[in-house]
Design a protein around this ligand. Structure first.
Ligand SMILES: Nc1ncnc2c1ncn2[C@@H]1O[C@H](COP(=O)(O)OP(=O)(O)O)[C@@H](O)[C@H]1O
Ligand SMILES: [Mg+2]
Length: 554
């Protein structure tokens, strides 16, 4: 394109806006490419820096001699010096020399050159030009926590599926299974169809031994923590520790170190027996009745806890007999080993798998928090101890975890809400700990939520990669805006009008904040959309109430 044809001038530069006036729009474009909102512009200065800006709006004004001017306002994304790209637009030397549209090939090159090929992880294309693939730096992306936010139906579940499907299919050599390890907490049974080869765990085959719960989780589960009863707590703790010691088969040194939080077997039935004993205890006073019907029998007095533990005994009995809690309390849960439990969660079972889906849809609501807490904590502690083990074996090693894990929480506001309610205490604590420290031990979070404003701020503020999809609730929008870098300008405001699968991708792993279309996943997660109209127009369907009842009462 010749220089005479360019008839555009920069008339104003602000930190978050560049205003350009164009006389003849026809001449101001790159051959074959039409200009629209979302197209890119290149603005050069005299120091070989090129500002890349994205068009936000067009206006037409009539100038003093009666002809029309076209005003274009663009948002500065960053500055290109040689092949290096820096965020922001403030370092452009003023006045700028030249402005022209950036061709697709130039934009492609910016994205391509931004990341070494071996580090590229690509799951989306530029929304304004679908022929431009948008890679992120896969190491940076998975090394920092990831948040996917968007209203229902914006495409979060599909995005999660796309990300995970791409992650498990990336290979640096010719082998069947790569070394990716992803655990999905699936609250609506959505993901099995997207990952047919996954290690699939639901309440029928989940075994999560109660004896792996730490003291806080144990108390939340077995005690009426709200009653804050010291007797209960004391008797419980005493019995748990005593039975751990009794059941322990290791050496005396290790035995002495057993405590309330040790992840060692104890028999819950023995804990109940002890509570019953204390609740009915009669203490021999050493004297005898001198007269009356009991003459000659030993005189007893009631133990100090006599009758005081009735509620606690009932509660324990109910728990032990509740078949819905078999995954925690059954004989299988008593017999499974620590190694098997951890192996199952990490995909090391009969058949190794990259993806483990933990279907929580059958877990009773009152134990959801401790279930999620226990699994999350085990994975975190895996990272911690595995690092320690590797460090002991080789102190000079730089990467202390060669088997890093991604934990995926769908509907994260359900496990880590922005509230201090007791019933979420455990899961919130475990996940917050991973948010704060997980990175050091190779444990990363991927959180998806339709209510970002209801997620614990501690967790959100630790996320570094954001995939913000269509978000319509103003409270959530405001909240997400606050979390994103304030240099994003009006890119954020587009969030309200995104199409399905469209997202604002922001974070250290990507060269420019970009509005992208996420690739479709295959196969898809199962949808929660029921086609009412189609189903209602069908003929009346039979319903087996007998089968329904047996499922209900299982
Ligand atoms: N990347 C995408 N491209 C095209 N359509 C998509 C994409 N992601 C999602 N969709 C469509 O949007 C709908 C809602 O997606 P879903 O992932 O269930 O949303 P959410 O989990 O946010 O409720 C689905 O019917 C799906 O077909
Ligand atoms: Mg969903």
């Amino acid at each position: 394109m010749s220089n005479e044809k360019i008839n555009a001038q920069v008339i104003a530069v602000f930190p978050n806006k560049v205003r350009i006036v164009v006389d003849d729009l026809e001449d101001f474009k790159v051959a074959e490419e039409s200009l629209k909102v979302g197209s890119y512009l290149k603005i050069e200065d005299n120091e070989n820096a090129i500002l890349i800006a994205v068009i936000e709006n067009f206006q037409i004004t009539v100038n003093s001699i009666g002809s029309r001017d076209h005003i274009i306002e663009a948002f500065p994304l960053g500055i290109l010096r040689g092949n290096k790209f820096e965020r922001g637009g403030d370092s452009l030397a003023i006045p700028p020399k030249e402005v022209r549209p950036a061709g697709i090939d130039e934009i492609k090159k910016i994205y391509e050159d931004s990341i070494e090929e071996t580090e590229r992880f690509t799951f989306a294309e530029l929304s304004s030009n679908r022929s431009v693939r948008v890679p992120v730096n896969g190491n940076k992306f998975f090394n920092k926590h990831i948040a996917v936010v968007g209203s229902t139906g914006s495409g979060k579940s599909h995005t999660l599926s796309t990300l995970i499907q791409k992650a498990v299919s990336g290979k640096s050599g010719n082998f069947a299974l790569n070394n990716s390890h992803i655990i999905i907490f699936d609250i609506h049974s959505e993901y099995r169809s997207a990952f047919p080869d996954a290690n699939y765990i639901d309440t029928s085959n989940l075994i999560l031994p109660y004896w792996l719960l730490n003291s806080e989780e144990l108390e939340e589960f077995f005690l009426d923590t709200e009653a804050n009863d010291h007797n209960q707590r004391y008797i419980f703790k005493e019995a748990v520790v005593a039975n751990r010691i009794e059941s322990f088969s290791g050496g005396a040194d290790a035995r002495r170190k057993i405590h309330y939080d040790s992840p060692l077997y104890f028999d819950i039935q023995k804990v109940l027996d002890y509570a019953i004993l204390k609740n009915t205890e009669q203490i021999d006073s050493g004297e005898e009745y001198q007269s009356g019907a009991k003459k000659g029998q030993p005189k007893t007095t009631q133990g100090s806890l006599f009758g005081k533990l009735t509620n606690y005994v009932n509660r324990l009995e109910n728990k032990i007999n509740d078949t819905r809690l078999d995954f925690l309390l059954s004989d299988r849960a008593k017999k499974i080993t620590f190694e098997q439990t951890l192996g199952n969660l990490l995909g090391y079972s009969d058949k190794n798998s990259n993806v483990t889906i933990i279907d929580l849809s059958g877990v009773p609501f009152e134990v959801l928090s401790i279930t999620v807490s226990l699994i999350s904590r085990l994975i975190f502690e895996y990272g911690y101890y595995y690092k320690r083990l590797r460090f002991n074996n080789n102190p000079s090693e730089k990467v202390n975890n060669d088997i890093p894990i991604l934990l995926v929480y769908e509907e994260a506001h359900k496990y880590v809400p922005n509230s201090d309610l007791m019933k979420f205490r455990s899961s919130k604590k475990s996940i917050e700990r991973i948010a704060k420290e997980g990175r050091k031990y190779g444990v990363t979070l991927l959180l998806a939520s339709q209510r970002p404003s209801e997620i614990s701020e501690t967790i959100f503020s630790q996320c570094n990669n954001f995939i913000a999809m269509r978000l319509t609730n103003p409270v959530d929008q405001g909240y997400v805006k606050k979390l994103l870098p304030d240099t994003l300008g009006s890119l954020i405001d587009k969030m309200t009008s995104f199409k399905q699968g469209e997202a604002l991708l922001v974070g250290e792993s990507i060269i420019l904040p970009s509005i992208v279309q996420i690739d479709c996943c295959l196969p898809e997660p199962s949808s929660n959309d029921i086609p009412y109209w189609k189903l209602w127009r069908d003929e009346w369907k039979a319903l087996s109430f007998i089968e329904l009842k047996s499922e209900w009462h299982k």
